[in-house]
Design a protein around this ligand. Structure first.
Ligand code: FAD
Length: 321
């Protein structure tokens, strides 16, 4: 079986759930080989092996923290040279898409971003599945030259633990001379809300202009907390200063693909849909029965969100109770 290179997302050795999903995708294509970079990378091995990684290539070089993405491109390129994989898979994120694009350029191959699945084609080469235009179309595409580089959205596959013991190998990287051109001088952590990260959350509850004020986002937060979900916002709500831009969902915000997306007081403009159309189940609460969001939903509630959202929160809390 051909090897498939999986680039690991982790926080100081704690592997993020989308990487485990990516290992499920990789196992359908061949034998996963993981590459983990940065502080704590060595601690990821057991979890990665327990989800199918046959080898774990590790580098904890300080360059990954001190500089922007180029050292990671150098390292993944080195891993590609060692493994000669049938594909390189990343979790879709802003940083990973930059690394993926730079890597594909160096490999003289091609990059496909935001896949919702990757299948083995008839010749065994990977075929990326993407969802377009509010999930009206599914496209299947392949990189026709060189080693395909593909980014896959979180929540695209289940996490499937397996029996296994992957071998850990030190990855020796020669960093390109240009790496030191720009140095990270400080990092500041965003204040933690205790909620899951928006792009990784299994449940997202979003609010729009229909909320009427920033204070009313408390209704959205309460429902998100009852469900254990993340909070999203439309651009209209963000532009009004009601919620931070980091929570914006859509074309110029983040792309989410949760199991459940609840849109409250959001009309369903095409630019908003672009960021949430691949959600598995979509629920909308809107007082206008003609709102375009209802063309997209699995369940729609026509009503005033100020009444419906607290009722829903109460019901969820009671059932959990
Ligand atoms: P509105 O369109 O004003 O809709 C508000 C909805 O709330 C209405 O449907 C109304 O019926 C309902 N409502 C009002 N009161 C209540 C109530 N009490 N109870 C229940 N329902 C109620 N938008 C994004 O979201 N993300 C993006 O990334 C994004 N990028 C863009 C990029 C470009 C280049 C452009 C041009 C636009 C972009 N937009 C984006 C903006 C987009 O076109 C819409 O303007 C925006 O999504 C509208 O936000 P909204 O649905 O919250 O507001």
């Amino acid at each position: 079986m051909a090897d498939v290179l999986v680039v690991v997302d982790h926080v100081e050795g704690s592997v993020r759930k989308p990487t485990l999903e990516l290992l499920t995708v990789a196992r359908r294509l061949g034998t996963p080989v993981a590459v983990a970079l940065g502080a704590g990378a060595g601690q990821t091995a057991e979890v990665l092996a327990g989800h199918g990684a046959s080898r774990i290539l590790v580098s904890e070089a300080s360059e990954f923290a001190d500089f922007l993405v180029v050292p990671k491109v150098d390292a993944v390129q080195r891993a590609v040279e060692l493994v000669d994989p049938v594909a390189v898979l990343f979790v879709s994120s802003g940083e990973n898409k930059e690394i993926a694009a730079r890597l594909a350029l160096r490999l003289e191959s091609g990059v496909i971003t935001d896949a919702v699945d990757v299948e083995a084609g008839e010749d065994g080469r990977p075929v990326a599945v993407q969802s377009a235009f509010a999930a009206s179309y599914t496209t299947r595409s392949r990189v026709t030259r060189g080693i395909p580089v593909i980014t896959v959205k979180p929540n695209s596959a289940p996490v499937e633990p397996v029996e296994g013991a992957g071998a850990v190998e030190e990855l020796a990287v020669d960093f390109a001379a240009g790496v030191r051109g720009a140095r990270v001088v400080s990092r500041s952590a965003r204040e933690s809300t205790g909620r899951p990260e928006l792009t990784e959350a299994a449940i997202v509850v979003s609010g729009g202009r229909g909320l009427g004020s920033g204070e009313n986002f408390a209704l959205i937060e309460a429902l998100a907390d009852a469900l254990g979900g993340a909070v999203g916002a439309s651009r209209a709500a963000v532009d009004a200063g009601w919620y931070p831009h980091a929570h914006q969902v859509g074309q110029t915000g983040k792309s989410v693909s949760p199991q459940l997306y609840i849109a409250s007081g959001i009309s369903g403009a095409i630019q908003h849909r672009a960021g949430m159309q691949t959600s598995k189940t979509i629920v909308a609460i809107n007082k206008d029965a003609e709102a375009p969001i209802f063309d997209l939903v699995d369940y729609g509630v026509v009503g005033d969100l100020h009444t419906v959202v607290p009722q829903l929160t109460e019901e969820v809390a009671a059932r959990k109770g």
